[in-house]
Design a protein around this ligand. Structure first.
Ligand code: AMP
Ligand code: MG
Length: 488
């Protein structure tokens, strides 16, 4: 496709360098493609012309039906532990990698499609996606990006005109998604299971070059790769936890090597603070509950380590000992990121190292107060900004235990929290579950206005704007317990 005067130049590094993990495949035709959402800002970042992306040729690119010359679309192979059970062959059952683009800052980014039809990895699935879940991925990804969380991002959602059969018949869509790559823990599990050590090494080298370049010059590059992934994932978990984000399906095939959040399926934001919060209908055991996420990430990283063992040392026992030691870096990294992040949410910029001020204890107490009174996590922290400017009514209005919160506020204010830090650390607008549902239902019925508005709102989570009051409050009582669905 030509974009302005330039021609879109896709690279196909994954397909070329890791051919054993890439099956060349074509996207399904789309009977009646219609653009629902286009991320102009992201398009420009990638050097793509949003005006051209809106043409029928552009829609062809965004649905994979008109792949530009030189590009090879491939389905990627990967394995994965799903809810603890191993599947040796998952792969892109309804997705394709179009290739890599060099963005304006020189970074290589994957352009990938979801909902583009059956592939050799589809098993019993239809290879399709419905409008609602693809828009959810768009909205939540944009929110996470605006909140400063590493994440894949949606470039576009195009309705295909093909019906998708779920519990009901739904309009189908293709999501065009951008990621720093789609290398997953499950990609390494798949490569390791082939027994081809050369392939595993090539994959690890590819990951080092693309995501963890400092590992290349380390004394033990593959161990350094592992440790670097441990750090990025521990930091990612702290970010999720600080925001109350629940991913919902942290299988090893949904965990990236880059440290980006990927695959927004049954995800949702916790409102009343409770570590046992689960939204996904299939997570009956609470494996991926809010409070279990750091442990789940650590479990996935242990599976990643297992796949890397042949590269860590010749002797299996030595390799295991090294992996265990390196995985030990997760807990301290996570704790430090959580503690620093929580201090920032209290408006305290000093680090935990000079924690003699008792801020860590104060933070833990605040979380307990939130929990005891079932206070909405996001509003509870956000209200602290008003309190520091002299209006404590907003905070007090959220709690039943007024003696407890008054006592806490007095001790907290004595530490001189910074208002500006509070306001840029505690979002006012997140994609509230009931508003996401409302917007997706409207879009499925043909009205895109609510989802467009929601994207607008969550793109600036920090700045209070008149008229957006309903976006800043938790779901009404009547909304009830929120349940999300997988495989949608
Ligand atoms: P997920 O947990 O949604 O990331 O997907 C897990 C696996 O199921 C991946 O291999 C997907 O490609 C596959 N999958 C999910 N939905 C479908 C579908 N509708 N058709 C074919 N494969 C699917
Ligand atoms: Mg997935």
């Amino acid at each position: 496709m030509t974009t302005g005067s330039a021609t879109t130049v896709f690279q196909h590094r994954f397909a070329d360098e890791l051919g054993e993990l890439a099956v060349p495949w074509q996207a399904a035709e789309t009977p009646d493609p219609r653009l629902l959402l286009l991320n102009d800002e992201l398009a420009l970042e990638l050097g793509l012309d949003p005006v051209e992306l809106r043409t029928s040729e552009g829609l062809g690119l965004l649905t994979g039906t008109r792949v530009p010359p030189g590009a090879t679309s491939v389905a990627q192979a990967y394995a994965g532990h799903q809810f603890g059970g191993y599947s040796p062959r998952l792969g892109d059952g309804r997705a394709l990698l179009l290739g890599e683009l060099r963005d304006r800052e020189g970074r290589l980014r994957d352009l990938h499609l979801k909902g583009s039809g059956r592939t050799p990895f589809s098993r019993g699935g239809d290879g399709l996606a419905a409008v609602g879940p693809m828009l959810r991925e768009y909205v939540v990804g944009e929110a996470m990006h605006a909140l400063g969380v590493p994440t894949t991002r949606a470039l576009a959602v195009v309705a295909t005109g093909r019906p998708v059969h779920r519990e009901t018949v739904l309009p189908g869509a293709v999501l065009a998604r951008v990621a720093s790559s789609h290398l997953r823990v499950g990609t390494f599990q798949y490569a390791a299971a082939t027994g081809d050590l050369g392939l595993l090494r090539r994959l690890a080298d590819f990951a080092i070059e693309r995501h963890h370049p400092a590992a290349a010059t380390a004394e033990h590059p593959y161990r350094a790769l592992f440790e670097s992934v441990v750090v990025t994932q521990a930091e990612l978990m702290a970010r999720w936890m600080l925001l109350g984000f629940v991913h919902g399906v942290m299988n090893t095939d949904n965990m990236t090597i880059s440290g980006e959040t990927i695959d927004y399926g049954p995800c949702a934001f916790m409102e009343a603070f409770d570590p046992a919060t689960v939204f996904s209908s299939i997570d009956t055991g609470g494996r991926y509950a809010y409070g279990n996420q750091p442990a789940a990430a650590q479990w996935n990283l242990a599976r990643f380590a297992e796949s890397l063992l042949p590269l860590l040392a010749d002797e299996q026992d030595t390799a295991v000992a090294l992996a265990v030691e390196s995985l030990g870096g997760f807990a301290p990294t996570y704790s430090a990121a959580w503690s620093t992040g929580l201090r920032a949410k209290l408006g305290l910029s000093r680090t935990a190292a000079d924690g003699a001020d008792g801020a860590d204890e104060l933070a833990a107490e605040f979380v307990q107060l939130l929990r005891a009174d079932h206070v909405d996590w996001t509003s509870g922290f956000r209200a602290l900004g008003s309190a520091v400017r002299g209006d404590v009514d907003q905070v007090r209005g959220l709690f039943l235990d007024l003696v407890g919160i008054d006592d806490w506020l007095a001790r907290w204010l004595a530490l001189s929290p910074e208002g500006s830090l509070l306001d840029r650390t505690n979002p006012l607008y997140i994609p509230r579950n009931h508003l996401v549902e409302e917007a997706l239902d409207a879009a499925t019925a043909g009205d895109l206005a609510p989802v467009r508005q929601l994207v607008e709102v969550v793109r600036d989570p920090w700045t209070e704007r008149p008229g957006l009051e309903r976006y800043a409050v938790p779901a009404p009582e009547g909304f009830g317990r929120y349940t999300t669905y997988c495989g949608t």
